[in-house]
Write a protein that binds this ligand. Structure first.
Ligand code: HEC
Length: 160
């Protein structure tokens, strides 16, 4: 038993030598969703609190991002999240993709799938009230509608 504990301890110490890369890509305010859409301060704050750590290049890294293996878990969410939707480079998306991503975002929030549960545990400010959810959803829907109108794109319906 003692031997197992020692091995475990050594392993935990060992993985600490493999920190994650915490360098965010350079800021690009001209391409950032909240900036280009001139989002109101209150809605912008909610989206920042709830989504920007994983879906932007402005991720904030908490102290436990220095602790493995938690840091790998966190980094994986950031990498995957940015791949799916990066608000910091939103302006580079084709209009059709922009509208589609906002459509998906609304679905995710309404179903309670985003923000991720594991994130909410550590970030109480991302646990939205029903009114806050509605504020974000209504806003994202209005931007989606505007993009579709300006680009002559048809409305989308849920596949599920
Ligand atoms: C802790 C990190 C994290 C937070 C916070 C977070 N997401 Fe995500 N999000 C992910 C990851 C990881 C994926 C890709 C894997 C998946 O779909 O679960 C994803 C996927 C998505 C997708 C694509 C879903 C699809 O249909 O494939 C959308 C849209 C999305 N997130 C929107 C949001 C919005 C909006 C918020 C804020 C309300 C948010 N996310 C908060 C990590 C996060």
């Amino acid at each position: 038993m003692k031997k197992v504990l020692v091995i475990l301890l050594v392993a935990i110490v060992f993985v600490q030598f493999f920190p994650i890369d915490k360098n965010n890509p350079a800021p690009t305010p001209g391409m950032d969703f909240l900036t280009i859409k001139n989002t109101s301060e209150s809605t912008a704050k909610l989206i920042r609190n709830g989504c920007y750590d994983c879906h932007s290049n402005e991720s904030k890294y908490p102290w436990y991002s220095n602790v493995q293996p938690i840091a790998w878990f966190l980094k994986d969410h950031i990498d995957e999240g940015r791949k799916e939707l990066n608000f910091s480079t939103f302006a580079t998306y084709e209009p059709k993709r922009q509208a589609h991503k906002l459509f998906e975002a609304v679905e995710m929030i309404e179903k309670g799938e985003m923000p991720l549960d594991s994130y909410i545990i550590a970030h109480p400010e991302a646990k939205f009230t029903e009114a806050q959810k509605q504020e974000i959803v209504q806003y994202l829907k209005s931007v989606e509608k505007e993009i579709r109108m300006m680009n002559d794109l048809p409305a989308e319906t849920s596949k599920k």
